[in-house]
Design a binder for this molecule. Structure first.
Ligand SMILES: [Ca+2]
Ligand SMILES: [Ca+2]
Length: 382
């Protein structure tokens, strides 16, 4: 039997040597293949191993409906907005997508405009999005480039999160806003979840509006200047489940719209002399980091597992990694139990009043695994 195994093993090695491309596609343990940039992206790679996986340069004659959906109707965006959204108000002009807001009655609303999404056509997680846009002008305009969750795994808005890469309300000239919405992030902790800053000439010049989203962290930028930073910090979130603080571990899709009026955009009324006004987008490029090339070191040992204030919940110090931790594996009495996306976990359905020895290890995107953490003795509360 032993001899047969050795023969089989040698045969395997020989086969492996003959076709190395097929049997060993990359150097990472989980076999991720290197990313290929899409052909229709004018800037296919960015420093840091970012590869363009989805893009629209708006270079055709019409909106590419293999990439975009129009959301049409008088639904008011949930904010009492005053526009009727129709596809008629969007055109591709000179390499740009132009959304025009007009003063005209349609479907019971006094204005028309457009709203487009990439839902089911461009769904993303842990990406870098670079858009280039020029804001409309005037009191009553409310353009935005933002993201909503593809599935509502943590519940309806805002429980599953919303990422506002940029928003602009025309009555507050040149002030760009960047915000996240979650169930409890701001209320419980008093931490700021929105940022805003004045950038010159946003209504007359195109600027890059950008987001870099990695596990537990979202950064936003205007022309490379960091505007927003949103982090998941388990130590500060002991009283709430991670998803109530930071539900950004799921697929999201992109939305681009120009609202008119509404609770925020219309807070100082609508100036009817501004119409028509346009929101112009030069490009949208979505990048993913090529883990097969940049995620090369194993994560450090997770540290300091502790019992949180939230019932039957533990948290631990994040592991460091050259890219980031995709998930943590939780062990109960030495056996694998479940994965956690962030550095907090709530146990359910264990035996009441029983004590368990808990350890955690970090796993990165390349499949490299950290050393196991220290052991916490944890008693499940009924
Ligand atoms: Ca373009
Ligand atoms: Ca790594």
């Amino acid at each position: 039997m032993k001899k047969l195994l050795i023969v089989l093993f040698l045969a395997f090695i020989l086969v492996g040597c003959e076709t190395p491309e097929e049997t060993v596609p990359t150097g990472v343990p989980n076999g991720l293949a290197p990313l290929e940039a899409v052909e229709d992206c004018d800037n296919p790679t960015l420093d840091g191993g970012w590869v363009c996986i989805w893009a629209d340069e708006f270079s055709g004659d019409a909106v590419d409906e293999t990439k975009w959906n129009f959301e049409e109707g008088a639904f008011g965006g949930g904010n009492n907005e005053r526009q009727y959204y129709t596809r008629n108000n969007t055109a591709i002009v000179d390499g740009k997508m132009v959304i025009t807001a007009k003063q005209e009655s349609m479907g019971g609303m006094p204005y028309t405009s457009s709203r487009l999404t990439t839902r089911y056509k461009g769904n993303f997680q842990y990406v870098r999005i670079v858009t280039r846009a020029k804001m409309p002008s005037g009191r009553g305009t409310w353009p935005a480039i933002w993201m909503m969750p593809l599935g509502s795994v943590y519940g309806g808005w805002p429980d599953s999160g919303e990422i506002d890469i940029m928003e602009y309300v025309g009555y507050d000239k040149d002030r760009i806003h960047s915000t996240i919405h979650t169930e409890k992030f701001n209320h419980r902790l008093g931490t700021q979840i929105g940022y805003s800053r004045i950038y010159d000439n946003v209504e007359t010049e195109f600027k890059d509006y950008e987001m870099i989203w990695t596990p537990g962290k979202i950064l936003t930028f205007v022309d490379g200047d960091k505007l927003g930073e949103f982090n998941y910090v388990a130590e500060l979130n002991q009283e709430v489940a991670y998803n109530e603080a930071f539900p950004f571990d799921q697929m999201f899709f992109l939305i681009i719209n120009l609202a008119i009026g509404g609770d925020w955009g219309g807070a100082q009324g609508i100036d009817n002399t501004i119409f028509p006004t346009t929101f112009e987008i030069d490009y949208v490029r979505v990048y993913k980091q090529d883990y097969a090339k940049v995620d090369l070191e194993e994560p450090t040992q997770p540290g300091d597992i502790q019992v949180a204030q939230l019932k039957n919940t533990i948290f631990w110090a994040k592991s460091d990694d050259d890219y980031g931790v995709e998930h943590y594996a939780i062990y109960l009495d030495g056996r694998f139990y479940r994965y956690a996306n962030l550095n907090q976990y709530t146990f359910k359905g264990l035996t009441a009043n029983q004590s368990y020895n808990i350890q955690v290890e970090a796993v990165d995107f390349g499949g490299r695994v950290s050393p196991l953490s220290n052991t916490l003795s944890f008693t499940f509360q009924p």
